[in-house]
Design a protein around this ligand. Sequence first.
Ligand SMILES: [Zn+2]
Length: 73
Amino acid sequence: MREPMPSDTVYVCPMHRDVRLSQPGKCPHCGMALLPEGTRFGLMRHMLSSPMHIALMVAVMLALMAGLMMLMR
Ligand SMILES: [Zn+2]
């Protein structure tokens, strides 16, 4: 499932909130790639929106914990 992209997306620098462009590009201050406004929490929402993503995260965490326990034995 894909969220409809609003046509009037504003691209912002993660570090500089005053940088707002109407098209993707790089921040004139730090050169970081600009992100569409709202992605910071959009990614989290996206991860939580799909049970498959949550299962994947749990599986990775379990694998990491199992590996740690094997190492500490
Ligand atoms: Zn910047």
